[in-house]
Design a protein around this ligand. Sequence first.
Ligand code: 5GP
Length: 521
Amino acid sequence: MIKQALISVSDKTGILDFAKELSALGVNILSTGGTAKLLADNGIKVTEVADYTGFPEMLDGRVKTLHPKVHGGILARRDFPEHVAALAQHQIPLIDMVVVNLYPFQQTIAKEQCSLEDAIENIDIGGPAMLRSSAKNHKDVIVLCDPSDYAGVLAELKAHDGEVGYGTKFALAKKVFAHTAQYDGAITNYFTSLGEDKQHATRSAYPETLNLHFEKVQEMRYGENPHQSAAFYRDTRHVEGALANYKQLQGKELSYNNIADADAAWECVKTFSETACVIIKHANPCGAAIGNNPLEAYSKALQTDPTSAFGGIIAFNQELDGNAAEAVAKQFVEVIIAPSFTEQAKQVFAAKQNVRLLEIPLAHNINLHDFKRVGGGLLVQSPDARNVALSELKVVSKKQPTQQQLQDLMFAWRVAKFVKSNAIVFCGNGMTLGVGAGQMSRVDSARIASIKAQNAGLSLVGSAVASDAFFPFRDGLDVVVDAGATCVVQPGGSMRDQEVIDAADEHGVVMLLTGTRHFRH
Ligand code: 5GP
């Protein structure tokens, strides 16, 4: 039966209810200045740590709980007679529960105007010390650093005569060590990001050392290939709408390749404001389309390359309804992603339990950093978050685009961003007609894209083409125009831009420049 708890929290969420219930269970509550005042003001019986230790809080709160009467009460081993005797000798009562969350360091430094001084004052000292003391002695001390754990612990205390099982105590301690590691990591990142003029904290997004914190979501049976082991980790800074926060409604466990492809599908489909469907195979869109409803979008996307779509990953940016579900269920599909699924859609897939259904809320946040592992190191960059607006396109050909061509080019450009370089994407009528991906030469991507359209029985006459980077020579352009394209969008910026623009004029086709490149490797 726990007798005494110490509560010292910056984030006061849920603390009143929790403390009230502890008090009702007969637990004696010790608390620091601000927390004690809040509890007392709300009629909860509380002893201030300063009264308990006989030392006032000092040095603007830098020293509040750093006292043997606090740490002795936490750290003493209950099963060591010498420890018990030492506490008796110094009149130190046991502390059986510690509820602490830390000064908001990360929120403080997130503010634009934060000075080094502000940051330093928001480095918690006594809080982490108590968290570590109790986590170290978790066999006998219940430690809570997250308000979302209050309810569960209370329920367990009530159900088991004021005791909590070892499994729970260990899990809480594990959480604490992860939490303090993350806290120290944030401090390290901040300190190593400061420029020469430390007082005026000109900060770089890339600190000298990088402390990253990811938590395991799952282990996979294997990685990209069966002889590789693998696990999936989620950024501890929750990114709303990101793949890692998926909810799986049914289906087999996600594999390594499923997750990688699902991410590409989800990120691509999210860029459309119209109802859209994207089908991914081996990280490349093998079909993408917009439509009046999910069924239409899917049917169009499938037409691009029905052969490759077999066993693909399909993403929708809108609730998947029964009609679309029935159509999708006819093909072999590994994963389906949507912000939600109607009851009807769920019923359609109930008969196909192997199909993985992932629900992810549609939010447009993006990762803070993109990473790529290289031998012995890590490349870090900001994500490719740029979406070129129609108003940014510059017509460089003599021929002016029609409204329809502009729409098709915008669509093609959006898809090209998600195709591995070198990317050439033929589109028309809100759907991809041919996708050339991942070739070492742009002209080969152009050839492949047109061959694929031919194989799928799609006409490229009057189509729009996007190229993810500039045409280094006119040959790539010649290929797409020969195939039937009448308008082309590309970033521009080549030494031979003029040669390429002249070729467009020679062919009598429209050419627009985006000024933005979307390499994707
Ligand atoms: P309160 O609002 O109760 O005055 O302060 C609560 C905060 O003080 C908690 O975030 C806790 O981690 C922190 N804290 C508790 N003891 C100490 C200490 O001795 N030194 C410092 N710097 N912070 C402490």
